[in-house]
Structures are given as C-alpha cells and as structure tokens.
Design a protein around this ligand. Structure first.
Ligand SMILES: Nc1ncnc2c1ncn2[C@@H]1O[C@H](COP(=O)(O)OP(=O)(O)OP(=O)(O)O)[C@@H](O)[C@H]1O
Ligand SMILES: [Mg+2]
Length: 255
C-alpha cells in the first residue's frame, strides 16, 4: 500500500485556479522530487499536504487513512487538522527557525509541547533525542548556538532536525537550498541524500535538477497547476516525454 495517496486535489484562491486535478502516490521509503517553473503551484501543493491550505477539492490519505476529503466536512475540523499535520514534516526555503531559541530548543520545542499536552516522554529523553538528531546533521557542537550564530546551511540542517524530531511519515522540503550560497547548498543536499539512503519518505521541491534526478525515485513535473508528467525520476528528467517538460529542462541544460 502506498504511504501517501493524493487524489484529484484542486486549489483555487478566489477565481484563480492554482492546482487542478493533482493525483499521485508515494511508496514508503521513496523520495519524490517535484520540479516546475515559478508559479506552477509547487509550494501550494506542499502547503495543501501539510494542511496549511485547505484544498478546494480532492482527498489525501496516509497509510490508507483518509486525512482530508473535500467532499466530507467531517475531515475538515480544526481540532483534527492539528494532529493530522503530524503526518508531515515541512522544511522551508528560509529555514524559519525561532530566533529566540537555541538550535537544540528549536529541535525539541514542539515535542516538549506535545509531551506536556499528552504526557509520556520526559524532558531528558526529548533533549537526548534532539541532540542525537543534531549530531546526525553534523551539528553536535552547535546545540547551544542561536540561529543568528549559525550559517544558512547550518540553520537549514537545524530545521531538518526539527522536522525529523516529530517523526513525520513524510518529510517535505520546499526549495531547501535556494536561499543558500553554492558552497552551503552542498552540505544541505548531502544531508538530504543521506536521509534518502536511510529510506526516509520524502517530497522535495527543488530547482537542483541533478539532485532531483539522482536522489529521488520518482519525479513530477508541474506547469500552470497541473501535473504534466510523472514517473521514474531518471526517466522524467533525462528522457521527458512531454514537450512542456522538455522545454523546461532545456533551460537548465543551457546554463
Ligand atoms: N494565498 C494566495 N492567494 C492568491 N494566490 C496565491 C496564493 N498563494 C499562491 N498563489 C498563486 O498561486 C500560484 C502558484 O504559487 P506557488 O507559490 O504554489 O508556486 P511555486 O511553484 O511554488 O513557485 P516558485 O517556484 O516561485 O516558488 C501563483 O500564481 C501564486 O501567485
Ligand atoms: Mg514555491
């Protein structure tokens, strides 16, 4: 069974249709890259999956459980949305760390709040898990640093640790390296590559075409709010079948 099943998602803002009939599935342990030009709807799609936007149509299921169905208002309640969000982790382009908290606090905060609400985990065990995640990101010696004391690449790796701390079923990245200098891009891509090797289920929106092809199992090319082409990542990126995909990728080859 697919870990994620997205069926016929629609999204419009007022009269503007931003996503049309978006359907795809993702298998557990696989990575999916989403490519496409600016304004094609990539961020909106990730925001719909993370319930930061409510889709206007369609449904989203994780491990066979329907989390959202536009046709079923029972799945729309705000109370439920909060817990459903835990199925997804989201890493943003601009890191979005809390500036007033250390790297470690950024990683542990949400889990501590959850433990306070639901009981269970001790502060010590949450902190230990947070330190282990920072170590996994190559940041063991930066735990007590504040975001402004970290490079962009380090901040993004803290953001990845923070997303992993909540043990999401699916980790989503929205252009995780586009705010970084080339030399810092490499360290973040390496971390994501390692996660892919560890079979963390991921969706990666990126403009790094070689990365999208090499790290992902599957790829989707979006244009003007629709999926133009999807399939095996190497096939889509090296041998696209659709003219629009070919035109888009040709721009990257010219550079
Ligand atoms: N809150 C909103 N209200 C109205 N229109 C919006 C809103 N959010 C996004 N849009 C529009 O939806 C379209 C898709 O935007 P989106 O940010 O999803 O594109 P994108 O593929 O992520 O682009 P980029 O590569 O530049 O990040 C754009 O035309 C955008 O202007
Ligand atoms: Mg975007």
């Amino acid at each position: 069974m697919a870990i994620l099943e997205v069926s016929h998602i629609e999204k419009h803002f007022g009269a503007t249709q931003v996503l049309s009939d978006i359907s795809f599935t993702l298998e557990e342990g696989q990575a999916l890259s989403i490519i496409g030009s600016s304004g094609s709807g990539k961020t909106t799609l990730l925001r719909c999956l993370n319930f930061l936007e409510r889709p206007s149509g369609g449904s989203i299921a994780v491990r066979g459980e329907t989390l959202f169905d536009a046709a079923d208002p029972k799945t729309h309640s705000e109370r439920e949305i909060r817990s459903k969000r835990l199925h997804f982790g989201l890493v943003f382009q601009n890191f979005n760390l809390f500036p007033q908290y250390t790297a470690l606090q950024n990683v542990t905060l949400a889990r501590e709040l959850m433990a306070k609400e639901k009981g269970g985990e001790s502060k010590e065990s949450i902190e230990q898990a947070g330190r282990a995640l920072l170590e996994q990101m190559g940041l063991a010696d930066r735990a007590e640093h504040y975001p402004h004391q970290l490079s962009g690449g380090q901040q993004q790796r803290v953001a990845i640790a923070r997303a992993l701390a909540l043990k999401p079923d699916i980790l989503c990245f929205d252009e995780p390296t586009s705010a970084l200098d080339p030399e810092l891009t490499g360290e973040v891509l390496q971390v994501i590559r390692t996660l892919a090797e560890q079979q963390v289920t991921m969706i990666i929106v990126t403009h790094e075409m070689a990365f999208a092809r090499d790290v992902a199992d599957r790829a989707i090319f979006m244009d003007a709010g629709v999926i133009v082409e999807q399939g095996d990542a190497r096939q889509v990126i090296d041998h696209p079948s659709q003219a629009r995909t070919q035109q888009f990728l040709a721009r990257y080859q010219e550079q």
